[in-house]
Design a protein around this ligand. Structure first.
Ligand code: DGI
Ligand code: FE
Ligand code: FE
Length: 405
């Protein structure tokens, strides 16, 4: 098994780290990548505005999940250096990882600067005993010209050490110092994974100070993504975009549709225990089925979180609240969110195209079709159907018959 190890301050983790990690992971054909934020970096002090370790860990997790999605290589983010006393020496980390994975082939990933000063690190001989070095140049000038002599030098100094160097010509060099300085103006957004930028805004890091209850859509969008698993981001963006179009066609408020679309699954990734903690906190009462069906809970907790954190109004709150089951006599906005969630472009299930066509022809007929499909799927899977799903369907069936009468 080949394991790549990429340490750093990750203050914050940015697109330079992401691109380098992805290229190196593919190049080395890693079976696994570990990202390890440093507790106390040995070679330089953390900046004065560095967020608390939990935040650097959370941001690194968000970036790691994106790398995993992009490369399909499992990524683990370890807090082993954050929880260790004293300076975060790589030699200590590698000794521990070698103990944990005695048969694995370890590779230490690093940028050019680190590679060129490698012999000056703490206990470099111990590092190369456990791991090969993989250095990536980030600009054209740090290609072979600087790599070759250092490779030769290290090869002589540490006989037998494995060294791989690579140049990533398309990578722009990102200075973390400049990145932090451009955070308040918004200038730095383009150098960060959207969900990492959203996390920074939502936690008010690096001097940012947004009022979360009065966000514009461009501010809310990355913040909403910061709540999601990486693989759900495309679904949520698709839902928001589809909701806007449906709102425009069927006469709901397009801005509310976009906000509700962006936030509708904001608690989806939480575990049962975390869901129940939110229910406790927000005074949400659950029926017997909801107490067991994790998938039904996120609509209730999501609506409550959206109201508490982002101050959404009742119309948006209700659109999120009813987006999973539906209910009788829904508002246009509630229908729009329920159906946008169902037919957004990344959805792919038998019958989705028929459903899409129907929704665009007639909102209520689309809604009934969506509800019937849900009931049928639940029956096939042997899952209990929530009473709201059934009454929503029966209500529309009744309306249809009224129309025919
Ligand atoms: O959160 P999403 O996956 O985007 O979509 P969603 O909020 O509509 O959730 C879909 C899930 O919810 C799907 O796995 C089925 C489940 N679900 C929807 N209606 C019912 C239901 N589960 C039960 N047990 N009963 C229902 O009536
Ligand atoms: Fe949902
Ligand atoms: Fe959804």
């Amino acid at each position: 098994m080949k394991i790549g190890i990429y340490g750093g301050s990750f203050n914050p983790p940015h697109l330079g780290h992401l691109a380098a990690a992805e290229s190196a992971a593919r190049y080395l054909e890693l079976d696994r990548l570990m990202l390890i934020p440093a507790g106390i970096p040995p070679h330089k002090q953390l900046s004065a505005d560095a967020p608390a370790p939990v935040h650097r860990l959370a941001m690194t997790r968000l970036m790691g999940a994106q790398i995993e999605l992009d490369t399909l290589i499992p990524v683990e983010v370890s807090d082993m250096e954050l929880t260790r006393e004293g300076k975060s020496y790589t030699s200590d980390t590698l000794r521990l990882l070698h103990e944990r994975y005695p048969d694995a082939e370890l590779w230490l990933l690093m940028g050019t600067d680190m590679f060129l000063t490698f012999h000056l690190w703490h206990a470099p001989e111990e590092i190369v005993r456990h791991a090969g070095l993989c250095a990536f140049g980030r600009t054209e000038r740090d290609g072979e010209e600087v790599f070759a002599p250092q490779r030769a030098f290290l090869g002589e100094k540490f006989p037998g050490c494995r060294i791989v160097t690579m140049t990533l010509p398309n990578l722009v060099e990102i200075s973390s110092t400049e990145l932090r300085a451009g955070m308040v103006s918004g200038e730095s957004e383009k150098m960060l994974a959207p969900q990492v930028y959203g996390y920074i805004l939502r936690e008010h890091l690096y001097g940012t100070n947004l009022d979360l209850k009065h966000l514009t859509i461009p501010q809310l969008r990355p913040i909403a993504l910061s709540y999601l698993k990486a693989k759900r981001c495309a679904h949520v963006l698709g839902t928001a975009a589809t909701a806007v179009k449906l709102a425009e066609k069927y006469g709901a408020d397009a801005h509310r549709a976009e906000v509700a679309g962006l936030l509708h699954d904001c608690t989806k990734k939480l575990s049962m225990a975390e869901q129940l903690a939110l229910c406790e906190r927000y005074g949400i009462v659950l029926d017997e089925l909801e107490k067991k069906a994790l998938k039904l809970l996120h609509a209730k907790t999501g609506a409550a979180l959206a109201r508490d954190v982002f101050g959404v109004d009742d119309e948006i709150y209700n659109a999120i609240l009813w987006h999973t089951t539906g209910k009788p006599n829904m508002t246009v906005l509630e229908k729009v969110i329920y159906l946008a969630d169902f037919i957004e472009p990344t959805r792919d299930f038998p019958g989705v195209d028929t459903l899409r066509r129907t929704v665009w022809e007639d909102l209520d007929r689309g809604l009934l079709m969506g509800l019937e499909m849900t009931v049928e799927e639940m029956q096939e899977m042997g899952s209990p159907i929530h009473v709201n799903t059934l009454t929503a369907r029966d209500y529309l069936r009744g309306k249809e018959n009224e129309g025919k009468a």
